[in-house]
Design a protein around this ligand. Structure first.
Ligand code: NDP
Length: 338
């Protein structure tokens, strides 16, 4: 069984060598009397929160850290090979928490979502049909309180979550601007995902001025994915009674000392509602979300861009690439196609 192991806790920017490729043996059968499920992993999801699992947590976090010397885990799409659980049988397709390895014995299969194959790619269950998709849906519709015609700004806008938030906002009739870290991503935002405007934040030496250019009357809704300097600039440009959905702050995840936010007082003066959220609190919405998103995919009203790398051994570089913006769209690792 080929596996990706975390060597030790990581400080600062993660490196490929923080993880190791290892081969071990695994019995391709569920042990007698166990309610576990044995799966063959097909597609693994690279998600920014995985970085936070690579360090010891100073305060209780919503997910425990990885164990140094052990296989890392994350969301993935898998096929059931053997099952001791009455709800699963050989051949079932599932998505949920699994190991970064070829085969995983899942001891709590209740956490897996079973799905029927359709004509959408199976890998979509790592992204648009999985955890990032639900994050975009819950974050936008449940946390932002959007209204038609409002001005929406999305950071890390071409990523797994951001590309969907922008499209949801367009469906609602909002004016939508996204920021991303390359000109190619900016093109995608405007020409593929239908954002009204987009800019490359790496080419702007004054983020405040850039935001004023696109939002002369201010921002109603900010969907926050990056934090740091961008958040500071956004705070200066929010409208009175604006809303900020704090989904993530990727610019802070590799810093030993988080950056300060200087303009937080705007929250008071502008009566901004800033709310953090975690997708884990919204899994009860998954069936409703799935109906919604499937319908829009089939009608061609929502599109999705993935960035796939082939082979488990290329997983660590793909995961780390999230922090340099190497990924264009949802980063997926292909372990096996069937
Ligand atoms: P993406 O697919 O968007 O990949 C991460 C992107 O972040 C990169 O491609 C890069 O894009 C951008 N980025 C990386 N480093 C920086 C930096 N220092 N400053 C600015 N941008 C940076 O990831 P996801 O869509 O999966 O996740 C987006 C955010 O949502 C993350 O913060 C993540 O933690 C959060 N999240 C939160 C969830 C929740 O439950 N609250 C659930 C899922 C995700 P670019 O080239 O544009 O810089």
């Amino acid at each position: 069984n080929k596996q990706i192991i975390l060597r030790d806790y990581v400080s600062g920017f993660p490196k490929v060598s923080d993880m190791a490729f290892k081969t071990s043996t695994i019995q391709l059968q569920v042990p007698q009397g166990s309610k576990a499920v044995l799966v063959k992993n097909l597609y693994l999801s690279c998600d920014p929160y995985m970085r936070t699992r690579m360090k010891k947590h100073e305060f209780p976090n919503y997910v425990p850290p990885f164990t140094p010397g052990s296989v890392i885990s994350g969301y993935g799409v898998a096929k059931v090979l053997d099952s001791g659980h009455p709800d699963f049988k050989e051949g079932d397709l599932v998505w949920g928490m699994t190991g970064w390895e070829e085969y995983s014995l899942i001891t709590k299969p209740e956490t897996l979502f079973k799905f029927q194959p359709t004509d959408v790619p199976l890998s979509y269950y790592t992204g648009i049909l999985g955890m990032p998709g639900l994050s975009a849906y819950a974050g936008f519709y449940e946390v932002c309180y959007p209204k038609e015609g409002e001005c929406v700004f999305v950071s890390a806008a071409s990523g797994a979550v951001g590309q969907l938030v922008g499209q949801f906002a367009k469906l609602m009739g909002c004016y939508v601007v996204g920021s991303a870290g390359s000109n190619h991503k900016v093109e995608l935002l405007k020409n593929k995902f239908g954002f009204d405007e987009a800019f490359n934040y790496k080419e702007e030496n004054n983020l405040d001025a850039a935001l004023k250019r696109y939002f002369p009357k201010g921002i109603d809704i900010y969907f926050e994915n990056v934090g740091g300097k961008m958040l500071d600039a956004v705070l200066l440009n929010m409208k009175v009674h604006g809303r900020i959905a704090a989904c993530g702050m990727i610019s802070q995840y590799n810093l030993e000392q988080p950056e300060g936010v200087h303009n937080l007082v705007s929250v008071v003066f502008k009566r901004i509602r800033m709310q953090g959220f975690l997708v884990f609190d919204y899994f009860h919405l998954y069936p409703q979300f799935l109906d919604f998103i499937m319908k829009h995919i089939k009608e061609g009203k929502i599109v999705y861009v993935e960035d796939t790398v082939e082979g488990l051994e290329n997983g660590p570089a793909a995961l780390i690439g999230l922090f340099t913006g190497r990924n264009v769209g949802k980063q997926v690792v292909v372990v096996a196609r069937e």
